[in-house]
Design a protein around this ligand. Structure first.
Ligand code: RIB
Length: 318
């Protein structure tokens, strides 16, 4: 088994959102109907699509991002920043409305709530994907989340399926109406609550055979459940499930940690790594991202991930 991935000549295609994040810090997240005073507010760039593209690019992977931004100052400066990260922005379109926005509240334990106003993200259409079909056909892998319209996502996956391009989905925010049966998913990355929504039973009652049956029904080849500071659970559709340790860190802000995981995992898979190695690297990327504020700035590069990789033991797979 290789413990290092190399990068792929074919690009990883990421399809997803670009947002401006308005982040306020509070002691405790407000309950329904409650008003709380924030310690401070910051504005930074985010959106699950862009965050994941940045994470993959920082692993040294060539990345093309399909997305939609507003014809406002935020949109223009966002494209420049992504280009500076080495991301191909030729498939990001400008539309006549405002760039997407996310209103994020982070508490003193680093936990968060997020409300997203889609804005320009809602205008990434199925036709935009069809126009860029050749890019998806030639990709080393396809990575998507659920902050752009469902028909757009389904079209992109169908093209990837037809050309045997590995498909990695991080279905966030959850969408109970997603037509899982219409597409083939190679890797599905969910957190615990998303796993419960998808599997329709509680996390504590996960049994290997039940999960295997359910993911088979949903046409998912491998289910990966991230659990914050706890081990990541991996359920392949054949073979036994296994757990992968993560780094022990003192999290100050968990925003973007899931995106750092997904982008890093996709980069390693795109480069031909074994899923176990990709998950060990992704666990490092996710944990290290919680050490800084904002979704994108703290995402680690490849060198930093590799410095920590040996701290994640290789689990026994039966
Ligand atoms: O996953 C974190 C991201 O979710 C934020 O950057 C925000 O924009 C929302 O998309």
């Amino acid at each position: 088994m290789s413990s290092r991935s190399t990068t792929s000549d074919s690009p990883l295609v990421v399809i997803g959102s670009l947002n401006i994040d308005y982040v306020s810090r509070v002691d405790e997240l407000p309950a329904a109907g409650e008003t709380v005073i924030a310690d401070d507010i910051t504005t930074c760039r985010g959106g699950k699509g862009a965050n994941q593209a940045i994470s993959a690019s920082r692993q040294g992977q060539q990345v093309i991002l399909f997305g939609s931004i507003g014809d406002d100052e935020n949109g223009a400066s966002y494209q420049k920043q992504l280009s500076a990260e080495g991301i191909d922005v030729s498939k990001i379109q400008e539309v006549p409305c405002s760039t997407g926005a996310a209103f994020i509240t982070v508490d003193s334990d680093g936990e968060n709530t997020i409300v997203v106003a889609g804005g320009a993200n809602d205008f990434l259409t199925r036709d935009d994907i069809l126009e860029g079909a050749s890019v998806i056909e030639g990709a080393s892998a396809l990575l998507l989340q659920f902050e752009v319209p469902q028909p757009t996502i389904v079209e992109a996956i169908s093209i990837a399926n037809e050309h045997e391009v590995p498909v990695i989905i991080n279905p966030s925010p959850a969408n109970a109406a997603f037509p899982w049966h219409e597409v083939q998913t190679d890797y599905l990355i969910v957190n615990e609550s998303e796993a419960e929504d998808l599997l329709e039973f509680e996390a504590t009652f996960f049994s290997a055979s039940e999960v295997r049956q359910r993911i088979h029904e949903l046409r998912i080849k491998c289910l990966i459940v991230t659990r914050g500071s706890k081990t990541t659970l991996v359920f392949p559709n054949t073979g036994d499930p296994y757990e992968v340790d993560t780094l022990a860190v003192l999290a100050i802000d968990t925003v973007g940690a899931g995106d750092a995981f997904a982008g890093c995992f996709a980069a390693w898979i795109a480069a031909g790594s074994e899923p176990l190695d990709a998950i060990r690297a992704a666990n490092c990327a996710g944990a290290l991202t919680t050490l800084g504020g904002g979704a994108q700035r703290p995402i680690p590069d490849r060198e930093r991930v590799e410095q920590h990789l040996e701290q994640i033991p290789v689990p026994k797979q039966t």
